[in-house]
Design a protein around this ligand. Structure first.
Ligand code: SF4
Length: 220
């Protein structure tokens, strides 16, 4: 065997070592994020979030790539926005619930990256932004979509407006959903928490959920 072969073999092993290290670091990052109740615990499937907290699953390559792609675009845009006077990663709190707004520039701005061609705002993106609007008492919010597969119009945004009554309803919803989440955690029982099995906007989550088998083994 020549020297080149062995060098390639060592480099290949180093590649695997880096991958393992990154996975461990991401696991630690997620564990840190799990402390407290976050808006992200309440927007999609609360039951899945309870499962994640009490029975964390190993992070895999797909999680790592999804994290890197999502965070990469966020960090770049947030950095630019901050130079223009906006506040990136603004942390907000309401009745013990923590939210982190991508950019706050008088109004909350939520950045989403999508490979889809359809730019219709997803109901769960609107819900997340609605929660940030409610927590900052802002009647206006912006959803900013980065359409990574559209070279013609890759940058699109939608303005969402809510009345004072709608803001107040959203605050109540945050409180109720937070109670379910915390009850599930306290009892260490994900089945106390609401699921999305029959929710047409969110049932796609079940397809990728690491707790699917357990969750679907029980009738709801
Ligand atoms: S399988 Fe579906 S309903 Fe059950 S925890 Fe996962 S996402 Fe939620």
């Amino acid at each position: 065997m020549d020297q080149c072969y062995w060098k390639a073999k060592v480099a290949h092993r180093r590649g695997f070592a880096i991958q393992r290290k990154l996975l461990k670091l991401l696991e630690a990052e997620y564990a840190q994020k799990r402390e407290g109740t976050h808006v992200s615990d309440l927007v999609l499937c609360i039951r899945e979030q309870v499962f994640r907290n009490i029975e964390p699953m190993p992070i895999d390559e797909k999680d790592l790539v999804a994290y890197a792609l999502g965070e990469g675009a966020h960090v770049a845009l947030e950095k630019l926005a901050e130079k223009g006077g906006g506040i990136a990663e603004k942390e907000i709190k309401l009745n013990g619930v923590i939210g982190t707004i991508d950019v706050f520039d008088n109004v909350p701005i939520e950045i989403k990256t999508t490979r889809a061609e359809d730019d219709t705002p997803r109901p769960y993106h609107i819900k997340q932004l609605t929660y940030y609007m409610a927590m900052t008492n802002s009647n206006v919010g912006i959803l900013l979509y980065l359409m990574v597969n559209d070279y013609e119009r890759p940058f699109r945004f939608r303005t969402i407006t809510l009345s004072d009554t709608e803001l107040s309803e959203a605050r109540k919803e945050i409180e109720t959903r937070s109670k379910f989440f915390n009850a599930g955690l306290a009892a260490k029982d994900p089945f106390i928490a609401p699921h999305v099995k029959k929710n047409p906007d969110l049932m796609w989550k079940c397809q990728y959920c690491k707790y699917r088998e357990k969750c679907w083994s029980r009738e709801d």
